[in-house]
Design a protein around this ligand. Structure first.
Ligand code: ADP
Ligand code: ADP
Length: 229
């Protein structure tokens, strides 16, 4: 039984916009699945539905074989690490951001996660500019560092499944590579469902699902997709 399964999922927003039409996909435990496709295809909506932001209008989402409508929402969310696009960081240092997310985390755990996301060198930096005096901009985090901090925060809650929405949207090539390494480390002992607009980010996914106009139009490994296109 896969960890997460979408079975013939359809969805219309309350204003009537039909966004998903018969989407099926599964994320086996420990696997890495990527959702790619043009802007407006419905990728972010898939993650929002898994997180439970809206009720489905058709089809079923199952967690380890159980219809999520039969699971307490909080129990499911505790197993999910949802990192929205442009995830907010809090005032304070990188270290303080992590401790707020996981007050009981030990030093070893903090350092292990920081190493996974490549942030050990900036642990004492201010995560957000607002509390830094003018003239001290040198201590700010870059956009890529903020993204990786948001992922680090969600890793500390030890989710079984990470849901990442366009983690590379605002990154240059160097930071995209760093993020790919982060994802590889993060996926070592958990499943990953990642939305990406660049295929280069998700080359090493176990499965890539291509969404267009709310439908799955192709699926396969990167090699398989390149072969058939
Ligand atoms: P993607 O992530 O692939 O860019 P989205 O899931 O964000 O696509 O959006 C899919 C479609 O749903 C788009 O046409 C978008 O305008 C529409 N949409 C997104 N959010 C809402 C909302 N809250 N209400 C109505 N329509 C929405
Ligand atoms: P990214 O591509 O992730 O935004 P950059 O190459 O812009 O990274 O930044 C590299 C380093 O420079 C980072 O450690 C970041 O904290 C720092 N930095 C980025 N932008 C600024 C800025 N406007 N002022 C001071 N330091 C910055």
């Amino acid at each position: 039984v896969p960890l997460l399964e979408l079975d013939d999922v359809s969805f219309a927003y309350p204003d009537g916009t039909q966004v998903l039409r018969g989407v099926s996909l599964s994320v086996p435990a420990g696997s890495r699945v990527a959702l790619v496709g043009p802007s407006g295809a419905g990728k972010s909506t898939v993650l929002a539905l898994v997180e439970g932001f809206y009720p489905l209008t058709g089809g079923t989402i199952r967690w380890a074989g159980t219809d999520v409508r039969e699971l307490p929402r909080a129990a499911l969310r505790a197993q999910l690490g949802y990192v929205e696009q442009e995830a907010p960081v809090l005032a304070g240092t990188v270290r303080e951001n992590l401790l707020l997310a996981a007050p009981d985390a030990g030093d070893d755990e903090l350092w292990a996660v920081l190493a996974d996301v490549g942030l050990t060198a900036v642990v004492q930096r201010s995560a957000r500019g607002l509390d830094v005096p003018v003239g001290d901009e040198g201590v700010l985090l870059s956009g890529g560092e903020r993204q990786r901090l948001a992922i680090a925060r969600s890793l500390l809650s030890r989710p079984a499944l990470l849901l990442l929405d366009e983690p590379t949207a605002s990154l240059d090539a160097r930071n995209e590579n760093l993020l790919r390494e982060t994802l590889a480390a993060a996926a070592a002992d958990r499943a990953l469902l990642v939305v990406a607009h660049r295929l280069s980010t998700v080359l090493d996914s176990d499965q890539i699902v291509v969404l267009d106009g709310g439908r799955v139009v192709a699926r396969g490994t990167h090699a398989e997709l390149v072969e058939t296109s």
